[in-house]
Design a protein around this ligand. Structure first.
Ligand SMILES: *[C@@H]1O[C@H](CO)[C@@H](O)[C@H](O)[C@H]1NC(C)=O
Ligand SMILES: *[C@@H]1O[C@H](CO)[C@@H](O)[C@H](O)[C@H]1NC(C)=O
Ligand SMILES: *[C@@H]1O[C@H](CO)[C@@H](O)[C@H](O)[C@H]1NC(C)=O
Ligand SMILES: *[C@@H]1O[C@H](CO)[C@@H](O)[C@H](O)[C@H]1NC(C)=O
Ligand SMILES: *[C@@H]1O[C@H](CO)[C@@H](O)[C@H](O)[C@H]1NC(C)=O
Ligand SMILES: *[C@@H]1O[C@H](CO)[C@@H](O)[C@H](O)[C@H]1NC(C)=O
Ligand SMILES: *[C@@H]1O[C@H](CO)[C@@H](O)[C@H](O)[C@H]1NC(C)=O
Ligand SMILES: *[C@@H]1O[C@H](CO)[C@@H](O)[C@H](O)[C@H]1NC(C)=O
Ligand SMILES: *[C@@H]1O[C@H](CO)[C@@H](O)[C@H](O)[C@H]1NC(C)=O
Ligand SMILES: *[C@@H]1O[C@H](CO)[C@@H](O)[C@H](O)[C@H]1NC(C)=O
Ligand SMILES: *[C@@H]1O[C@H](CO)[C@@H](O)[C@H](O)[C@H]1NC(C)=O
Ligand SMILES: *[C@@H]1O[C@H](CO)[C@@H](O)[C@H](O)[C@H]1NC(C)=O
Length: 439
């Protein structure tokens, strides 16, 4: 077997690259073992150890096989170049730089690492300060998710299966840029972003459409305990939350992006930890297009009653989601209410019908200004709010969603919405358990 752990440690002059960081001393090129029977993780880790601080780590235009977990949390002032020249959408073709994760499900279930929230797990942790990752529009993370999507359907519990890993977790990543990467068929969520601040994620393409089975739990990205995160020019094809902001996500911007087939941009779920105070604040969404998504924007909170523990159980959390401003949204074939609130999140396993209006988590200060296109749903909004902490200061203006027969969607269903601005409530929403925003 050809085993290659070749690291080139090269001393390069400051003129090596005009965008190079200051004080670049060293550059490491990672060599692939060339087969999925050779784990490239040791070679990758070695490159990061040598060049992960004040250096440059280069992935060549070839396929790297990742068969084990990597926790690279100590980066500092580093450029990570994931090169490629052709075809960014074909995971198994080796003419673009591609990292492929192995299909040994037993290994990953047993070894994936704790994300630090909701008992979620991950295959790869990247953290540090002044990290610049560039895929130049070609670099690809291929999660080999087809195997996971097929396998999960045979399990008794399909939601948030313990140990099923996220493709990557950015943990304590600060003052950093991630750009020009593709993520294909992520194992579960594509990206969790936790304890991270001042990060730009630009020009990211995600396609979690399964080839053999429909994917589930394949969110585009989830933010937790993070601030000043910008998602610009994202394209996400998936079947779950296109992007999701969870506990203590503040100052998040989503701009110039396109979401396909998923559930739309989600706030939450939140309020899952009993008596814990969590917030979502200052979210701006601008120039976003949707095609065949369930919603454009939705908020989901747990009820006041705790049933079990995360990831699939919980409830009883406190806090608020506030100051969410969305402008210039364009939709094609929305499948449900463009804007939905459900305060009755409970995944399978929670007993009884529960109480959907007792949440102590409040939703307030939302402006949706400019929402046009087509919809299959007559509902512009379905707002199922808590009776204990009603929704306040909700504005919806300048909407024009055309139905198949040419008329405009004009349903605004409200439960416990105080003084709506820009619209009049036309009826009551469905009140019942929901993980996706309407019953
Ligand atoms: C290697 O690839 C083959 C075929 O693509 C696949 O059947 C096998 O499960 C893979 N092995 C690992 C360890 O991923
Ligand atoms: C799971 O990991 C533990 C400790 O790391 C090890 O002892 C055990 O053999 C592993 N089981 C499997 C199925 O890999
Ligand atoms: C990752 O590595 C860092 C530092 O080396 C450590 O503090 C952290 O606990 C590790 N995370 C996991 C989930 O193993
Ligand atoms: C999740 O983690 C908590 C501790 O943080 C633990 O008490 C709980 O049992 C875990 N739940 C599951 C389903 O693993
Ligand atoms: C936006 O991202 C796509 C990849 O999804 C890329 O092809 C395109 O060049 C990017 N656009 C800009 C303006 O950077
Ligand atoms: C996404 O992946 C699916 C499954 O491989 C494929 O059919 C589809 O063409 C891909 N979409 C894009 C835009 O690449
Ligand atoms: C969220 O922030 C609050 C303080 O504002 C803190 O008490 C709470 O523990 C944080 N929750 C999480 C999940 O980090
Ligand atoms: C609205 O967003 C679309 C892209 O979705 C963009 O082409 C258009 O320029 C934006 N309009 C304004 C006024 O910013
Ligand atoms: C209503 O919410 C918007 C958006 O956060 C905010 O700009 C405005 O000040 C709020 N109005 C009141 C009266 O709180
Ligand atoms: C699967 O769900 C059942 C009942 O909902 C629960 O008792 C069991 O612990 C779950 N198993 C896993 C692996 O989450
Ligand atoms: C749900 O809880 C609220 C607040 O405690 C209460 O006012 C309401 O009567 C409850 N509804 C049901 C159906 O029990
Ligand atoms: C158009 O379709 C909607 C949704 O099916 C329906 O509610 C509405 O009455 C229809 N309007 C006309 C004029 O047919």
């Amino acid at each position: 077997m050809y085993l290659s752990i070749l690291i080139f440690l090269t001393v390069l002059g400051a003129s090596f690259n005009p965008v190079a960081a200051k004080d670049h001393q060293k550059s490491c090129t990672v060599r692939s073992g060339g087969s999925n029977t050779t784990d490239d993780a040791p070679a990758i880790l070695k490159a990061f150890q040598k060049c992960g601080q004040d250096g440059r780590v280069i992935f060549e235009p070839t396929t790297y096989y990742v068969n084990s977990v990597m926790n690279v949390s100590w980066l500092k002032n580093v450029d990570i170049d994931i090169h490629g020249t052709l075809l960014m959408f074909s995971g198994r073709v080796a003419d673009a730089s591609s990292l492929q994760w192995s299909t040994d499900i037993t290994y990953w279930l047993n070894n994936s690492m704790d994300v630090g929230y909701q008992n979620q797990s991950t295959a790869l942790i990247i953290g540090g300060d002044e990290v610049r990752i560039n895929g130049f529009g070609k670099g690809t993370f291929d999660g080999n998710g087809d195997y996971w999507y097929q396998w999960i359907r045979k399990q008794p519990n399909t939601s948030n299966y313990p140990g099923r890993p996220h493709a990557v977790t950015f943990d304590k990543l600060t003052n950093s840029v991630v750009r020009g990467l593709s993520f294909l068929r992520s194992q579960m969520w594509t990206m969790s972003i936790i304890n991270s601040h001042n990060v730009l994620l630009d020009s990211i393409f995600v396609n979690n459409t399964g080839n053999w089975a429909q994917s589930s739990n394949t969110d585009g990205a989830d933010t937790i305990r993070s601030s000043h995160i910008t998602f610009n020019n994202w394209t996400v094809y998936n079947g779950d939350d296109s992007l999701s902001m969870k506990a203590n996500s503040t100052d998040i911007a989503i701009t110039n992006s396109k979401f396909y087939n998923g559930l739309g941009i989600a706030m939450g779920s939140i309020g899952q930890y009993k008596d814990q105070f969590e917030t979502i604040e200052r979210i701006t969404v601008k120039n976003v297009e949707y095609e065949n998504t369930l919603h454009a924007f939705y908020v989901k909170t747990w009820t006041a009653d705790q049933n079990g523990y995360p990831p699939n159980g919980g409830g009883g959390g406190l806090g608020f989601a506030s100051d969410m401003q969305l402008t210039n949204l364009t939709a094609k074939g929305l499948r449900g209410a463009a804007f939905a609130i459900s305060q009755c999140t409970r995944f399978s396993g929670a007993p009884g019908q529960g109480n959907c209006t007792n949440s102590e988590f409040q939703i307030k200060n939302v402006v949706i200004d400019g929402l046009s296109g087509t919809s299959e749903s007559t509902r512009v909004a379905s707002l199922q709010c808590s009776a204990v902490e009603p929704c306040t200061n909700i504005t919806i203006i300048d909407t024009s969603l055309q139905l198949d027969n040419g008329t405009l969607a004009n349903g605004y269903l409200c439960g416990n919405v105080v003084n709506p601005v820009g619209f009049e409530c036309t009826g009551a929403p469905c009140v019942g358990g929901s993980a996706t925003g309407e019953c």
